[in-house]
Ligand binder design. Structure first.
Ligand SMILES: *[C@@H]1O[C@H](CO)[C@@H](O)[C@H](O)[C@H]1NC(C)=O
Ligand SMILES: *[C@@H]1O[C@H](CO)[C@@H](O)[C@H](O)[C@H]1NC(C)=O
Length: 277
């Protein structure tokens, strides 16, 4: 419109001359450039928000758990804990400690309003549980030593929290007690107490109340309840748990590979289109 008007004005202004081609050619080039720019913007935005791109980059590798999580919830001075550790968790961890992220969590009766914890077998159990949590913090991520040491403590759980018992197990599993003692003494005991409160609260939050509950990737895998194993769709066998962990571990590595491939593909296409990332 404006170009036509401009041309008209020019024609009117210079009636004796032929309409000049230059302004018309210039504005044509301008329109072509604007049109190309528009196409680029449209293509870029379509690409940016297209479902293809979302499928290729979603979910991002960082939001995926790479290592499967194995968790054992225990009451420290309790035979269920001993059976769960000796028969299933320790032999499993010995085989796949490098393929699983292990966590020990504590179960207690309640956390009072004043912040104190009531353990089923009294204050000596709370002390033993705090000691185990301090051990976990000091040894992480060496789950093989942690589980070996805690299994040793629990195999003779009546002796928890006797110092000689800790020392015998520590020497059998090459555990340095000094940093664990420091954790227990830190802030006059408040630090260790806080570890206990957090762990007990966590067990409550995930509704685990039976000592000897084993969870794999946050799902109940098996429970040692009294003399029996219950809630064990795969059975209480070590081979089956090792197998389940290895499958999750391998699936996680394949999945990450695919996501990385896809992300690489997107980056490659983007750079070829000169879109940058
Ligand atoms: C330490 O290991 C020795 C030799 O294997 C064993 O006899 C002893 O019972 C173990 N001690 C504890 C506390 O497990
Ligand atoms: C344990 O299992 C046995 C056999 O399956 C059953 O007879 C018994 O009642 C169970 N005990 C408990 C405490 O669940």
């Amino acid at each position: 419109m404006m170009n036509t008007k401009l041309s008209t004005v020019i024609v009117v202004g210079t009636p004796t001359e032929k309409p000049r081609r230059q302004p018309w050619g210039f504005s044509q080039a301008l329109r072509l450039t604007a049109f190309l720019a528009l196409i680029l913007v449209v293509v870029y935005n379509v690409f940016q928000f297209s479902p293809v791109r979302q499928r290729l980059t979603w979910p991002s590798p960082s939001t995926e758990k790479k290592t499967p999580a194995l968790e054992l919830h225990i009451i420290s001075k309790c035979p269920n804990a001993m059976h769960a550790l000796t028969e299933l968790v320790l032999p499993t961890i010995e085989r796949v400690h490098d393929k699983v992220d292990f966590k020990l969590s504590i179960i207690a009766r309640e956390i009072s309003e004043d912040g104190s914890v009531q353990c089923l077998h009294g204050p000596s159990e709370c002390e033993g549980s705090t000691f185990e949590l301090c051990t976990q913090e000091q040894l992480y991520p060496d789950s093989e030593t942690l589980v070996g040491f805690v299994e040793c403590l629990t195999a003779d759980y009546h002796q928890i929290p006797a110092r000689e018992h800790y020392e015998a197990c520590a020497s059998n599993h090459t555990v340095d007690l000094a940093p664990i003692d420091r954790c227990m003494a830190r802030d006059g005991g408040a630090y260790g107490h806080n570890l206990l409160v957090e762990s007990v609260q966590h067990s409550k939050d995930v509704s685990v109340r039976i000592s000897g509950t084993i969870r794999l990737n946050e799902q109940i895998y098996c429970i040692r309840d009294g003399p029996n194993w219950t809630n064990c769709p795969n059975g209480p066998g070590v081979d089956e748990l090792v197998d389940a962990i290895e499958k999750l571990h391998d699936a996680a590595s394949c999945y990450d590979g695919q996501v990385n491939l896809a992300a690489g593909y997107v980056a490659d296409v983007s750079s070829k289109l000169g879109l940058g990332q």
